[in-house]
Design a protein around this ligand. Structure first.
Ligand code: GDP
Length: 371
């Protein structure tokens, strides 16, 4: 894929951060990022998002790299997407579609899947007209960027009405199902109590280093494929404290900027694991220009989860490349934190010990002492 960035306000650095994040998202979705272009404009071009000249440049980059997809760092109107596709000659998707795709890949629970499908349909519904335009365009050469108005109803239009109705029916069915599925707070509590193995959840901004840290902490060899494990969610890994107590690690979907509104609900439901955990490792990229902003953004979302009361430890990651002043500043601001580097291994043993100290000790251990 080739990325297409655009910045209208703010500074270049912010746009670059956004594009870097988009690259990380594309890789998460399994794409290879070949190149990117960046455009500065007062506002997005209504016709082609980037503007004609920049779009042409993008087409050259696409041809040179042999990319098969362009990802625009923003939300495209159907007409903008089509116009861009006409110029670059490959598929164009936007940030929202990419994020939806990642969520679809990560949703494992029945509720999570239903939430993501609902979000996908919500995204699709207003875009159906875009398909109608291209249909009528093929049929009569009419280009209706403003949509189909009076007197333009053709066979395509009827089909769209039908599709719309089907989608709306499906959406209300999904909403009903989700309502029925959502387990109450009490049920979750009971679940947690019943489960003998404590759970640690890892959350944090995309690119903070969650996966790297999870790999460091569990190691490929620790992944146990026994019968019990097979029944657990595949994103959950087993591990052991230094004194031999078992616990699980659950990685969550990374937090991202500009989370599309359609996704906020779906996102919450993928965070269920966090609400279920005994301990939350909130991973922060200490080398980021604004780590405090990221911490706040993550906490804001977590605070919105119903009945959220999981003890949180801030894990300041990337200590190997972070400014010592930033680390010192964060240390003084954040009460409960630990400094590590998933890359160099610094602080990892301390983190293991911290997890062991914080996890609840199962009451069954007491029974075992009785002969
Ligand atoms: P996630 O999106 O939170 O899962 O982040 P990843 O684990 O995929 O890491 C994002 C990027 O940061 C990758 O390029 C990692 O190699 C890099 N990274 C992760 N941890 C560290 C660290 O401790 N130090 C440095 N220098 N880079 C790291």
């Amino acid at each position: 894929v080739v990325l297409a960035g655009l910045f209208t306000t703010g500074n270049v650095e912010d746009a670059e951060n956004s594009l870097r994040e988009l690259a990380a998202l594309a890789e998460t979705a399994g794409s290879e990022v070949l190149d990117g272009v960046m455009q500065r404009r007062a506002h997005p071009d209504p016709a082609t998002f980037l503007g004609k000249g920049k779009a042409q440049e993008l087409a050259e980059v696409v041809a040179e790299t042999g990319a098969d997809t362009v990802i625009a760092d923003g939300e495209l109107a159907p007409s903008q997407r089509r116009a861009l596709e006409d110029i670059v000659k490959v598929k164009v998707v936007d940030r929202t579609a990419l994020i939806l795709d990642i969520f679809a890949q990560h949703a494992k629970s029945r509720e999570g899947k239903a939430q993501v499908e609902l979000a996908q349909l919500e995204y699709l519904l207003p875009r159906l007209r875009g398909w109608g335009d291209s249909m009528s365009r093929q049929a009569g050469g009419r280009v209706a960027a403003g949509g189909a108005g009076m007197g333009s109803r053709g066979p395509g239009e009827t089909k769209i009405e039908l599709d719309r109705r089907r989608i709306r029916t499906r959406m209300s069915k999904l909403r009903r199902e989700i309502k029925e599925m959502a387990p109450g707070r009490e049920a979750k509590r009971a679940d947690r109590k019943r489960r003998e193995v404590p759970a640690v959840a890892i959350a944090g901004y995309t690119n903070a280093g969650k996966s790297s840290l999870l790999n460091r902490l569990t190691g490929a060899g620790v992944l146990v494929e026994n019968a019990l494990f097979a029944t657990l969610d595949p994103t959950v890994r087993r591990s052991q404290t230094p004194d031999g107590r078992e616990f699980t690690f659950a990685d969550t979907v990374g937090f991202v900027r500009h989370l599309p509104t359609e996704l906020v609900e779906a996102f919450r439901s993928t965070l269920e694991e966090v609400g279920d955990a005994d301990l939350l490792l909130h991973v922060v990229d200490a080398s980021h220009p604004d780590p405090e902003g990221q911490i706040r953004a993550v906490r804001d979302v977590l605070a919105d989860i119903d009945g959220f009361d999981v003890p949180e430890v801030i894990v300041l990651n990337k200590a190997d490349i972070a400014e010592p002043e930033t680390i010192a500043r964060l240390r003084s601001q954040v009460e409960d934190c630990i400094v590590v580097s998933a890359r160099s291994g610094e602080g990892i043993e301390e983190l293991r010990q911290l997890i062991a100290d914080r996890l609840p000790r199962p009451e069954v251990e007491v029974d075992l002492l009785v002969p």
